[in-house]
Design a protein around this ligand. Sequence first.
Ligand code: HEC
Length: 183
Amino acid sequence: MFSKSFPFQNLFTLACRRLLASLLIALLAVFGWGLAPVFAASSSRDIPAVALSPTESITFTERELARGKKLFSSTCAQCHIGGQTYPNPDVGLKLSDLEGATPPRDNVLAIVDYIKNPVTYDGTESLLEYHPNTQLLSEYPRLRNLSDEDLKLIAGYILVQAKTLPGWGGTKSESHSDLAGYL
Ligand code: HEC
């Protein structure tokens, strides 16, 4: 009796499996397509657009920001950790500080420009001898291998942090210390 029912059972499970498999494929096709835009939207929603220039905006990808973060950590963070500025906390990397500079630095190209040619907050004097920049590479070897694209990614990372991270840029009550200690 066991041997008689066995082939039937086999056929039955085979049919069941086929049915289940095609059901699964159908479900995946329907819900997979339906959910794709939901996932796509939720990952890009986390990264806000930032200003590229006073008139244009740009949205960086997760990958670009990860690279910006890495470069920021290796070349800027020793003085700008958490967006603060040692030893001058009044000129931090929070949006209000960047906006208040002359000309405003709250966009990607203005920050890139600052790294190429840093000037005082009021825009009147050069800080080439004081702030790391791409002109005096012999003094700032950490910046030597940075391309324009790299500078853009660093600026993008700064602006996205400034927009999304509460506390980025710190407060103005940090004590001033000697810049030489950070070079
Ligand atoms: C040796 C310390 C040091 C390093 C390294 C450094 N900075 Fe700075 N940064 C400063 C100081 C100090 C100021 C304030 C200058 C002033 O008094 O105007 C400043 C100011 C700035 C400002 C202007 C902020 C504002 O509110 O106007 C930007 C932008 C900036 N840094 C970006 C960077 C970036 C990007 C890097 C890395 C490529 C970097 N800095 C590396 C010390 C540093």
